[in-house]
Ligand binder design. Structure first.
Ligand code: 13P
Length: 249
């Protein structure tokens, strides 16, 4: 059975004091839920966040990692470093990493492999750009992003994968995919996985939607049968909004 997940990607926001303040407020307001709740603060604040949330149901996850074990990669963070502070879930493939930091499918495949080799859970992000959707190529683009980074994994490894479909045109723009567009793509993703593997992998993988999810639209998006939750950007930085989105699931 796949799990419901609401994850907050804080991106490059919040210093240490602001991180702690938001976690205090979130912990106090966290509603009862069967969904998994995750937050991804900036690297420098991860250790403090893990310690702060030690006895909380909220999981701290990382926004990125490098594929190498260790070595001369100035400015980078390894899987072992994350594991050593108690983090075992990592976001890989966010569209901002692809667009601003040149992360190709090939690099992302290496990162996924490296994380899985350490038994980490991977939240793999992908999604088409506006031009792809306008030209009707969105299904092809999504299929090739999945294929290039994930389709050499074996069935066992898929248990550690969470997918996050984030159409680039909906990220930080205030423009959300309609619940129907999200459902259509999520169903397509499941069908593509079923064809490449089998139905049980397709049925058991959680597929989150990301892109301008807000308290006002979350419930409708989450009500779609193939949408298992959300990866939230801007709204995750405001405790009341994030809490409202958790309640919506
Ligand atoms: P917004 O919710 O701000 O559109 O960001 C979505 C996102 O990129 C989450 O990873």
């Amino acid at each position: 059975m796949r799990s419901k997940i609401v994850a907050g990607n804080w991106k490059m926001n919040k210093n240490i004091a602001e991180t702690e303040a938001l976690l205090v407020e979130l912990s106090a307001k966290l509603p009862d839920t069967t969904a998994e709740v995750m937050v991804a603060p900036a690297f420098v604040n991860l250790n403090a966040a893990v310690r702060h949330l030690e006895s909380s149901a909220i999981e701290v996850i990382a926004q990125n990692m490098h594929f190498a074990e260790s070595g001369a990669y100035t400015g980078e963070i390894s899987a072992d470093m994350l594991l050593s502070i108690g983090i075992d879930t990592v976001i890989i493939g966010h569209s901002e990493r692809r667009a601003y930091f040149g992360e190709t499918d090939e690099i992302l495949a290496k990162k996924v492999t490296a994380a899985l080799a350490k038994n980490m859970r991977v939240m793999f992000c992908f999604g088409e750009e506006l031009e792809d959707r306008k030209s009707g190529n969105h299904f092809d683009v999504v299929e090739s992003q999945l294929k290039n980074a994930l389709f050499s994994l074996d069935a066992q490894q898929w248990r550690k994968i969470v997918l996050a479909y984030e159409p680039v045109w909906a990220i930080g723009t205030g423009e959300t995919a309609s619940p129907e567009q999200a459902q259509e793509m999520h169903a397509f993703i499941r069908k593509t996985i079923a064809e490449a593997y089998d139905n049980s992998i397709a049925k058991n993988v959680s597929i989150l939607y990301g892109g301008s999810v807000k308290p006002a639209n979350a419930a409708e998006i989450f009500s779609k049968p193939d949408v298992d939750g959300g990866l939230i950007g801007g709204a995750a930085l405001v405790a009341d909004d994030f809490v409202a989105i958790i309640k919506a699931i």
